[in-house]
Design a protein around this ligand. Sequence first.
Ligand code: MF3
Ligand code: CO
Ligand code: CO
Length: 254
Amino acid sequence: MIYIKTAQQIEKIRKSSRLAAQSLDLAGQHLKPGITTGDLDKIIHQFLVENGATPATLGYKGPRGAPPFPGASCISVNDVVVHGIPGPLVIMEGDLVKIDVTARLDSYFGDTARTFLVGSVPEPGPLLARTTQEAMILGIEQIKAGARLGDIGHAIQTHTEARGFSVVRAFVGHGVGIEFHEAPNVPHFGRPGTGYRIKSGMIFTVEPMINAGDSEVELLDDGWTVITADGSLSSQFEHSVLVTASGYEILTLS
Ligand code: MF3
Ligand code: CO
Ligand code: CO
């Protein structure tokens, strides 16, 4: 079932979304060589709690027998695509670091991720990160009542492949707000004019994962960490977006 959010629900999801975005601002300020991903996760956790929220990822149910997710954020470095578990890993100059936070505030959810470049990053890192952010924005710009999900995916895929990069197929965007993961699935590839017709009042994420090499991914034995199969770099950006009659509103702005 796809929720059409009421004005009151939208206002609450705006708040959780803004808080998630602010936690990424804060994490970005602390992201320097020498800090561990576990330290960054503590900073995010404390910020959310201080602001009356909880991290929705902490204790999130694992797929197929994986343990509950142990972090307040997902921190995925270099060839880790998504769902990196924060821990003792030390951030180094040249790393490409994806941080993904989902805040639960007043029982409403906001979900956002960014790719950060640590110091001077060799190519293709900077081009990959820039292309991923551009692809996300181009996808979001397709959003308005009556548009199709395939329009979003097509815009993302076209921009990505024009640069010689590839769109990860194994994970997709999702409805968000009343639950952490709601219908519909929002693929980051597709054909224009196909797929579900979106409606005003829907809120969903657009969160392309773009690989420098092949689109295939692998799951590590911890049950969470997803890496590129070919060892290439991966980037992700994510916004939670409200569909309006005339277009869209990005909710995960700080
Ligand atoms: N925030 C991720 C998303 O964009 C989901 C993370 S689930 C976790 O949908 F359990 F890995 F944290
Ligand atoms: Co998401
Ligand atoms: Co997310």
